[in-house]
Design a protein around this ligand. Structure first.
Ligand code: GDP
Length: 193
């Protein structure tokens, strides 16, 4: 998809604030600092639309972006940030759960993981949650530019094994630095629209 327009619609914390349209929607999830904002910006050809986090875990809202007037990206606040209090963590969980389990036009979740490291316990928990609710998932293994090409397949295999990856889902190699995987990511998203 050639992105010609993208803008934020709303930062929402509760369902009454979700945009009232039936545009197909993709949520983006990942642990803090994994490279989620960079992924969004790369996909949208924007530099600073999704804020590249200086303070991980800070954004506690669901940020809805409208793209080419035909779909939404929903940026979900990053998980696994250690300095978040128990009550903040609980509020985060409730907000995400409500969104993911009730939003009818949600087509798939793009879960960003770091190709360099095996998925964290939080990554595994998020993926398990998505599979429990039978939500299609696209695993984006980002920061591929940080490891040699010859090691990519080995790292992907570890990622698949640790997540107990469902073969009906997609997994793609990505780099926000080089743009690797961008076209593939768009084709997969379009296949869900
Ligand atoms: P977020 O907290 O998940 O939104 O993560 P950010 O997008 O803010 O990225 C965290 C850090 O990783 C920043 O310093 C980015 O420049 C860097 N980063 C993100 N994606 C990539 C990538 O694909 N390659 C490299 N080399 N660095 C990346």
């Amino acid at each position: 998809m050639k992105v010609t327009s993208s803008e934020i619609v709303i930062s929402a914390v509760k369902p009454e604030q979700y945009p009232e349209t039936d545009l197909p929607e993709f949520a983006l999830a990942g642990r803090s600092n994994v490279g989620k904002s960079s992924f969004i910006n790369k996909m949208l050809n924007r530099k600073g639309l999704a804020r590249i986090s200086s303070k991980p875990g800070k954004t506690q809202t669901l940020n809805f972006y409208v793209i080419n007037e035909v779909l939404h990206f929903v940026d979900v606040p990053g998980y696994g940030y250690a300095k978040v209090s128990k009550s903040e963590r609980a509020a985060w969980g409730k907000m995400i759960e409500t969104y993911l389990t009730t939003r009818e036009q949600l087509r798939a979740v793009v879960q960003i993981v770091d190709l360099r490291h095996p998925p964290s316990e939080d990554d595994v928990m998020m993926y398990d949650f998505l599979k429990h609710y039978e939500i299609p998932c696209i695993i984006v293994a980002t920061k591929a530019d940080k490891i040699p090409k010859g090691k990519w397949q080995k790292h992907l295999k570890i990622t698949r094994e640790k997540l107990n990856f469902d073969q009906n889902d997609h997994m793609i190699l990505f780099s926000s630095e080089t743009g690797l995987g961008k076209d593939q990511a768009w084709s997969i998203l379009e296949s869900y629209m």
